[in-house]
Design a protein around this ligand. Structure first.
Ligand SMILES: Nc1ncnc2c1ncn2[C@@H]1O[C@H](COP(=O)(O)OP(=O)(O)OP(=O)(O)O)[C@@H](O)[C@H]1O
Ligand SMILES: Cc1ncc(CO)c(N)n1
Length: 256
């Protein structure tokens, strides 16, 4: 086999396996890249919720980053859960070594637990090639409500003005996302999937974007491919039962 591209996720661990680092590494494996990981926090979590969060100290995050970047040829990076400003600073200081940086603002888990702060995630926006908030996260970053499609369009443009080269405000169950890139906005319409199993959809989406950027795609085609991959994962997992709450996606096409 030829040497695969190396992609890095900097994120929190979800013990339930559906979101966070676990969703990211599954996405990387499914899409044919070699996944590496820097863990920012350990969460005790399942499909019903989060029962404990243990942040990893900033110096240990820095050591993980240096270990990966000092040895492996990372070509794209996804950032998920960051709850500590000192960890955001460690990442920002190494931004020059983090190509194709996709930042997924993780603020609240599906079941309602707080996992991050808008003020901390905001520190990373200037370094991002792509930022992928859902409507709620976009609203938290801007300090107002973002609900309608018009509000998603203006939020994407305002977030782009904070420094990232592109912004995707995702519409969750609407399957309608707004992409802002190169000064213009595009509506991305997907096929809505009727499913309760959406735990980790945002993690999967941002990781899949990083994979396509690693392959050299421009942002619009990377985002379109990621949206398609998430849609297949949601459809595949729509009728399985993994846990009593919102379950994970089918990352590997097992249900196809
Ligand atoms: N039920 C659905 N049917 C079709 N597409 C969906 C559905 N739910 C989410 N998506 C798509 O999945 C992608 C991820 O966006 P989503 O808004 O779910 O992320 P998120 O809310 O950040 O996820 P998370 O719950 O992991 O935080 C987007 O392209 C969105 O349109
Ligand atoms: C660790 C972690 N990261 C991200 C999310 C968002 O889905 C989650 N629930 N848990």
């Amino acid at each position: 086999m030829v040497t695969p591209p190396v992609v890095l996720t900097i994120a929190g661990s979800d013990s339930g396996g559906g979101a966070g680092i676990q969703a990211d590494l599954k996405t990387f494996a499914a899409l044919g890249v070699f996944g590496t990981s820097v863990i920012t926090a350990i969460t005790a979590q399942n499909t019903l919720g989060v029962t404990a969060v243990h942040p990893v100290p900033a110096d240990v995050v820095a050591a993980q980053l240096d270990a990966v970047l000092g040895d492996l040829p990372v070509v794209a990076v996804k950032v998920g859960m960051i709850s500590d400003p000192a960890v955001a600073k460690v990442i920002a200081e190494r931004a020059g070594d983090l190509p194709n940086l996709v930042v997924d603002p993780v603020l609240v888990a599906t079941a309602g637990s707080r996992l991050g702060e808008a003020g901390v995630v905001g520190l990373l926006l200037p370094y991002a090639r792509v930022v992928t908030p859902n409507r709620h996260e976009a609203g938290a970053l801007l300090g107002r409500r973002v609900e309608t499609v018009d509000e998603m369009v203006s939020a994407a443009a305002e977030l782009a003005a904070l420094g990232p080269r592109a912004v995707v405000v995702t519409g969750s169950e609407l399957a309608l996302d707004v992409l802002h890139v190169d000064g213009g906005s595009t509506l991305l319409r997907g096929e809505p999937v009727a499913t309760g199993n959406n735990h980790g959809s945002g993690c999967t989406f941002s990781s899949a974007i990083a994979v396509r950027l690693a392959a050299g795609d421009a942002v619009p085609s990377a985002v379109a491919a990621a949206k398609d991959y998430v849609n297949r994962g949601l459809r595949g997992g729509a009728s399985w039962r993994l846990g009593a709450g919102p379950g994970p996606l089918d990352h590997f096409g097992w249900s196809a």
